[in-house]
Write a protein that binds this ligand. Sequence first.
Ligand SMILES: Cc1cc2nc3c(=O)[nH]c(=O)nc-3n(C[C@H](O)[C@H](O)[C@H](O)COP(=O)(O)OP(=O)(O)OC[C@H]3O[C@@H](n4cnc5c(N)ncnc54)[C@H](O)[C@@H]3O)c2cc1C
Length: 394
Amino acid sequence: MTRNVLISGASISGPTLAYWLHRSGWAVTVVEKAGALRDGGYPIDIRGTAIEVVRRMGILPHLRDAHIDMRRCTFLDADGGEVASVSPHAVVGSVEGQDLEVRRGDLAAHLHAMVRDDVEFLFSDSIDTLDQSRQEVDVTFHSGHQRTFDLVVGADGMHSHTRASLFGPEEQFHRYLGYCFALFTMPNTFGLSHELMMWNTPGKAAALYAVGDNDEVHAFLNFHRPEPPSDALRDPKAQRDLVATTFAGAGWEVPHMVDAMYDADDLFFDTAGQIRMPHWSSGRVALVGDAAYAPSFLTGQGSSLALVGAYMLANALAANRDHTAAFAAYERDLRDFVAMNQALVDNGAATLFPTTVRALEQRNTMLRGLDTLPSAPPRPAHSALVLPEFAPMP
Ligand SMILES: Cc1cc2nc3c(=O)[nH]c(=O)nc-3n(C[C@H](O)[C@H](O)[C@H](O)COP(=O)(O)OP(=O)(O)OC[C@H]3O[C@@H](n4cnc5c(N)ncnc54)[C@H](O)[C@@H]3O)c2cc1C
């Protein structure tokens, strides 16, 4: 008999899992809170092992076409003077010609296109309650509909509702990394094209990223803060005011950016943090991607872990008819890879965002050195997992 699964979240890990589970004979439903596929355009990286996942899905050529050809990263001092201008690969340890950087919305659209004809999508809805008291999962949706599934998977991101309803509040699994950030788009009045400009003072960074020759740039304001600003996280006005106060008196284009932040209708404010959990499943419900093991944007590995994690979960379910054995295999085979990638950053110690005068000087010395070198070696963590062949249908 065909088994059915409900996946909550239609971004990166959700549709990837849907693709591989459909391939191994599952009937798949995906529920997404948003009214349509979210096309937010900030750039994300696909590297190492994750490249193999998208290759096996047949979308690597499309993603190569969508690759953002970022040509330069220019670092600026407090007054806007140039510190160094280097190749992006040299900074992040990605492999030129292999690893990819694409707009998040482009990746989500390609993944969705792979499954939309075979998988049921329920937009503008979400899971209200999960009841595992029988040999199945009884789901009540926010819309009031009730359905029953063999399994449920939460692919609903860093602030996962599935995780909260299964394991309790986020605080116990959230590891704050000492930074807050605001991300928004603003007019490209700077004439930037295919490049990133980053201004730093100790504990503060402002970046403008022109993904192509567009009329808009991605603006990014990041700052160090020992404790998370719990109140501001729930209040958009307080978020803007906190950013404005933090960057008051800053040089370069920062005052212009702060003004644009107040006008932006797409402001995304959050803390940089990771999700670390002792287990990624409970009964017939499992978590995948950021919901289970968000590594934070500081590693640039969130989308890669989401792709690889979804593949590994689907593979474990294809290889093990028993879901308990499958979930155990998923954790056993993925946990080291997750741990290595989460270990790429430590609290307040992100290479690109130094928090002290000394750390900033050291980073600038390193960047000036990179200017004369071809490229930094790729990070071993990016490729530390060799993907198993996809298990045949049981
Ligand atoms: C500013 C920023 C920069 C980043 N840069 C990079 C980068 O350079 N490289 C990189 O690899 N990663 C980066 N990331 C992280 C990357 O976007 C995530 O790690 C990755 O998208 C995780 O995918 P996911 O599908 O698991 O979760 P998400 O992409 O968070 O998707 C979760 C989905 O679930 C939906 N959802 C949420 N709640 C519910 C609910 N209750 N019911 C139903 N649906 C729900 C959401 O609408 C969303 O569609 C960045 C993130 C941010 C915020």
